[in-house]
Design a protein around this ligand. Structure first.
Ligand code: NAP
Length: 330
C-alpha cells in the first residue's frame, strides 16, 4: 500500500496529547481526525496538533469514511463499547492500556476483531521500547539461559481524590489497571501465562485498589513477583532471572533506556537504547506497518497476551474485592 494510514484520535486527554506528538516520527501515518465528547475540546486538540477534522462526538468519527484506524485514549472502562462499535464500523484499533476493565470485556473485543478480521492492538508501549527489544533478543539468544523468574514494581504516591480517574471505579480506578498492567504484561512477555495468581493488597475508600502484590505461579517452579501501588512510590525496576545470569531493567522499566546484562562469571554489560520521540512512536510504527502489510495482529503485542494479562488482572481484582465493570456505552 503506498497511501498513508489515516489515524483518528478518540478521547483527547493527557496521554492522547503525548502520543499524538509522536506522529511526526512515523513514516506513512497521518493523524487526520480527532473526536471528543465536546466539540470545543476536539477543536482545541486539532489546532494544537495540526489535525484536519474535529468531531464533537465519538459516533461521528466512527462514521468518518476517511479514517482507517482509531487510537482510543479514553479511561479503561470506556474502551469496550467504543471498540466494539469501531470494529462494527470497520475501523482498526490501537487501544490504550489497560485494554478493558474486565477480562470478559477483553474477550468480547478480541472475538469481534477475529470475526471481522480487523487489526486490534493494546497500546502496551513497553514492548516496543528499543531497550526492551534488545532484552528480548538477548533472552532469545540464551544470554541468561532459561528464564525462571521475573520481578517488577511500579507505583506512585498519588493524592487521593475520589473524582479522579485513578480512584473512581466508574473510570476504572485503582493501581492494578493503571500500573499493575505494566508489571503483569512484562511478566507475561517473558514467562507466558501463569497457572495460578495470588494477590494481596488494600483498597481506597472508593473501593479501588490502592496497592497490590502479586505472585504468579507457573507450577513448574517459574514465578513472577510483582508490586504495584498508588499509595506509595516504587522505583519502577524490573529484573529477569535466568539459569546463567540476569538482566536488570533500570527505572522506569515500562519505558527504559538502559538494561544491564549480568552473565554468570562475566563483568556486567550496560546497554543503552534511547527511544524515538516520547517513546510512543514505536507502537505507532508497529500499527502503521501492520496495516500497510494487511496484518490483523501484532506479533510483538498479540491479542492472546492481552487477554492473558486481563485475566491475571481480573483474578487479582477479584481476590482484592475490586468490582470492575465496563461502561455500558460511550
Ligand atoms: N501509555 C501510557 O503511557 C499511558 C499514560 C497515561 C494513560 N494511559 C491510558 O490512557 C487512557 C486515558 O488516560 P489519561 O490519563 O489520558 O486520561 P484523561 O486525561 O482523563 O483523558 C481521558 C479522555 O477520555 C475521554 N473520556 C471519555 N469518556 C470519559 C469519561 N466517562 N470520563 C472521563 N473522560 C472520558 C475524555 O475526553 P473527551 O471528553 O474530550 O472526549 C478525556 O479527556 C487510560 O486507559 C490510561 O490507562 C496510558
Amino acid at each position: 500500500m503506498s497511501e498513508d494510514i489515516r489515524w483518528g484520535i478518540v478521547g483527547p486527554g493527557r496521554i492522547a496529547d503525548k502520543v499524538t506528538g509522536d506522529f511526526g516520527l512515523v513514516d506513512g501515518a497521518r493523524a487526520v481526525a480527532v473526536a471528543s465528547r465536546s466539540l470545543d475540546r476536539a477543536e482545541a486538540f486539532a489546532q494544537r496538533h495540526g489535525i484536519e477534522r474535529a468531531h464533537g462526538s465519538y459516533a461521528e468519527i466512527l462514521a468518518d469514511p476517511d479514517v482507517d484506524v482509531l487510537y482510543v485514549a479514553t479511561p479503561h472502562p470506556q474502551h469496550h463499547a467504543l471498540a466494539l462499535a469501531a470494529l462494527r464500523a470497520g475501523k482498526a484499533l490501537l487501544v490504550e492500556k489497560a485494554f478493558t476493565a474486565t477480562a470478559a470485556g477483553a474477550a468480547e473485543v478480541i472475538d469481534l476483531a477475529q470475526e471481522t478480521g480487523t487489526f486490534v492492538m493494546e497500546a502496551m508501549w513497553t514492548r516496543f521500547q528499543p531497550a526492551v527489544v534488545t532484552l528480548r533478543d538477548l533472552v532469545a539468544d540464551g544470554a541468561i539461559g532459561e528464564v525462571r523468574a521475573v520481578q517488577a514494581d511500579l507505583g506512585v504516591a498519588a493524592t487521593y481524590d475520589p473524582a479522579d480517574r485513578l480512584f473512581d471505579l466508574v473510570l476504572g480506578g485503582g493501581a492494578l489497571l493503571d500500573l499493575g498492567v505494566y508489571v503483569v504484561s512484562f511478566a507475561q512477555m517473558l514467562l507466558g501465562t501463569p497457572e495460578r495468581v495470588v494477590a494481596t493488597g488494600s483498597l481506597f475508600p472508593s473501593g479501588a485498589d490502592a496497592e497490590a502484590a502479586l505472585l504468579l505461579d507457573h507450577v513448574d517452579g517459574r514465578s513472577a513477583t510483582l508490586t504495584t501501588s498508588l499509595r506509595y512510590a516504587l522505583p519502577g525496576q524490573a529484573r529477569v532471572f535466568g539459569t546463567t545470569g540476569w538482566i536488570d531493567v533500570l527505572p522506569r522499566f515500562h519505558h527504559p533506556q538502559t538494561i544491564v546484562l549480568h552473565r554468570a562469571g562475566a563483568e556486567p554489560e550496560t546497554i543503552t537504547r534511547p527511544q524515538l520521540g516520547g517513546g510512543y512512536s514505536h507502537e505507532l510504527i508497529e500499527v502503521t506497518e501492520a496495516l500497510r502489510a494487511g496484518r490483523t495482529e501484532s506479533a510483538v503485542m498479540p491479542l492472546a497476551d492481552t487477554l492473558a494479562v486481563q485475566q491475571v488482572l481480573q483474578q487479582a481484582a477479584d481476590q482484592l474485592g475490586v468490582p470492575h465493570a465496563e461502561a455500558p456505552g460511550f
